[in-house]
Design a protein. Structure first.
Length: 477
């Protein structure tokens, strides 16, 4: 018998595909922020919600089957990023084989950007949530027993063999109205002490490699007092030791950032917690950095993207200059906060000379840590649209979504720089920097920053890079 007040939420794992999850960074195995918000929304509406994270070492597909057999929820919800959508589909397949009539709902960034394509590609998903899911999932729980899915905004679903869209759902105007994520529903002892916090939603920028559309281009801010209250909760109730802000540009609203820092200090939380964040190079100054340092900020990440001024201006379209990035790195170092820089290799119109410019720029900036990622043509991004056009000079090699990441990279190449050469350049970039700074290389594995690698990656990551540098084989982890 269907439990009309029970919903099962699942975080997928590549274990269901007989593959390992790439959990090599400190943020690799943390409770899902998105699922935490969904569960809190369900609970607010009186809906009993259970969470199964299949990435946990003691969890697997058998736990899903046993849970459904025992409690038969109204529906199963699976949240997935692009790299997780294949695993999500496999979970849905196993569920449908045993529970034919049970609705399987999929949500997350991938399906929000490709709702119809996702339902066409993966036949075992019944309903797709498009955009923010907190209100949609609670309304769906009320509508499904009435067989009235069409009344819920922001969905795509199967309807007599066709894919039907309900009316579009507006973004949540006041994100302060959302309850804090339901962290208590996760098996917290099996994660590290790192928690994710979101200070805002939406992004006004148009970086060509990014896909922020599903959250809107208007920034919606949380009140600093709400953020401080949430930090206090996860420290005192859940034992958090470190926080990572999910926002791509935490400091673009300087007054609110300083108010939050003051609140953290006033509560004494800066003595109990450390935190990391990302931001833009053009949004920080001395005053803000001093306050962030005092409030417990230990790492700031900046997207430097490239060493080519031409690519930065005409291709990336981020609205920043190399001079601003140089100044920002200098200011962060001066404040005593550690700085990480993200670079991308394989930009549209990239050449071997512009890659060399990127390597030289990284050495000039000399951050405390960095990342050289290969370009990923993610759904919804401008770079993907360019690659899909004729004679662009860049090529998407496949849509095996599980391989759209830096470890199993094989999805993209340039006409003038093939896949294997891109991977060699990536290895050269890492070795060029860290051979100059071997102590910083060791710090990548010993520091507890969210983006840094954990100890089990100490051998695997350098070995992967070495094999890519000297071998023509498609080395993956």
């Amino acid at each position: 018998m269907i439990n009309s007040k029970k919903v099962l939420l699942i975080h997928p794992s590549n274990k269901v595909l007989s593959k390992k999850d790439n959990l090599y960074t400190n943020e690799g195995l943390v409770p899902s922020l998105g699922i935490g918000y969904l569960a809190a929304s369900c609970r607010d509406e009186g809906i009993n919600c259970e969470i199964l994270d299949l990435r946990l070492p003691h969890r697997g597909i058998k736990d899903v089957i046993e849970n459904i057999s025992r409690e038969y929820p109204l529906f199963v919800g699976i949240s997935a990023f692009t790299t997780e959508i294949n695993a999500a589909a496999e979970i849905a397949k196993v569920i449908k084989e045993k529970f034919t009539s049970l609705a399987v709902v999929v949500g997350g960034p991938h399906v929000s950007l490709l709702p119809a394509d996702t339902l066409k590609e993966f036949k075992d998903f019944d309903i797709a949530v498009v955009g923010e899911g907190e209100a949609a999932i609670a309304e769906l729980a009320e509508a499904l027993p009435r067989n009235d899915v069409a009344s819920v905004a922001g969905l795509a679903y199967r309807n007599n063999g066709n894919i039907t869209f309900t009316r579009a759902r507006s973004v949540i105007a006041d994100i302060n109205s959302l309850s804090f994520p339901a962290w208590d529903l996760f098996e917290l002892p099996f994660y590290n002490k790192l928690f994710i916090i979101s200070a805002s939603r939406g992004c006004p920028y148009t970086c060509y490699f990014c896909s922020p559309q599903y959250l809107g281009n208007k920034v919606r801010l949380r009140n600093p007092s709400s953020l401080v209250a949430e930090i206090e909760q996860i420290v005192t109730k859940f034992g958090a030791k470190r926080i990572q802000f999910a926002d791509a540009s935490l400091s673009i609203m300087p007054d609110e950032t300083i108010d939050m820092c003051n609140g953290i200090i006033d509560k004494g939380l800066h003595k109990q917690i450390e935190w990391d964040c990302e931001t833009r190079a053009d949004s920080i100054d001395d005053k803000m950095l001093v306050k962030m340092k005092e409030a417990g900020c230990r790492w700031i990440a900046l997207g430097a993207e490239t060493g080519s001024a031409r690519i930065l201006k005409d291709v990336v379209k981020k609205g920043e200059t190399k001079e601003q990035i140089i100044k920002a790195v200098s200011l962060i170092k001066k404040s005593g906060i550690k700085v990480r820089c993200f670079f991308i290799i394989g930009h549209y119109t990239e050449t071997e000379e512009t890659i060399k410019e990127t390597i030289r720029f990284a050495l000039e900036l000399n951050p405390d840590a960095l990342s050289f990622g290969l370009m990923v043509p993610n759904p919804g991004s401008e770079v993907r649209r360019i690659a899909e056009s004729a004679n662009s000079g860049i090529h998407i090699l496949h849509n095996r979504w599980k391989d759209y990441n830096q470890f199993n990279y094989s999805c993209y190449e340039l006409e003038n720089i093939k896949l294997e050469e891109l991977k060699k350049w990536q290895s050269d970039a890492y070795f060029s920097f860290y051979l100059h700074h071997p102590a910083k290389a060791l710090g990548l594995f010993l520091d507890k920053s969210a983006y840094n690698y954990n100890i089990k990656a100490l051998v695997k990551i350098p070995l992967m890079l070495l094999k890519r540098k000297f071998s023509k084989e498609n080395e993956t982890l």
